[in-house]
Design a binder for this molecule. Structure first.
Ligand SMILES: [Ca+2]
Ligand SMILES: [Ca+2]
Length: 149
């Protein structure tokens, strides 16, 4: 299985790749790929749907962040987790060079309906590079605390 980006040779498609969790809640895990140099370094990220026969070759969603040249959107991706409990995982995408390297992180919810994006800015302003590195916890679910009577 080979995924090919649509942005040409300087897009750096595949700089980041993440198992995105199950973004649409259909029971199959999906894949995210970043191309942070696409469109004059504005950056794109692509979401590919998983299924019974594997990953689909065409992305079901192309994400562009705020689409500002030099933002480097997609330079960091964090594996999906269901952050709001709706049964579909969310994915975080970083754009560390946006706004004089202030950076931002976009939290994408796909779910069963229209995708939504929430932009989170960092506290450090210019040169803070918020979103340079993203991570999610390794375990799927933390064990529920046991009450000891
Ligand atoms: Ca899925
Ligand atoms: Ca969710």
């Amino acid at each position: 299985m080979t995924l090919v980006g649509a942005d040409g040779e300087r897009a750096a498609f595949g700089t980041t790749v993440a198992s995105a969790g199950d973004l649409d809640g259909d029971g199959f895990d999906d894949v995210a790929v970043g191309a942070p140099q696409a469109n004059d370094f504005a950056g794109h990220a692509y979401l590919y749907r998983g299924g019974a026969t594997g990953i689909r070759a065409a992305p079901f969603l192309t994400l562009r962040g705020t689409d500002v040249a030099g933002a480097y959107y997609g330079g960091a991706l964090a594996a999906g987790r269901d952050l709001d409990g709706d049964g579909a995982d969310e994915i975080a995408i970083g754009a560390e060079r946006a706004a004089s390297f202030s950076g931002y992180v976009e939290l994408i919810s796909v779910g069963a309906g229209a995708p939504t994006a929430r932009v989170i800015s960092g506290p450090d302003g210019a040169s803070g590079r918020f979103g340079f590195v993203l991570a999610s916890r390794a375990s799927r679910r933390a064990p529920r605390p046991q009450r000891i009577n």
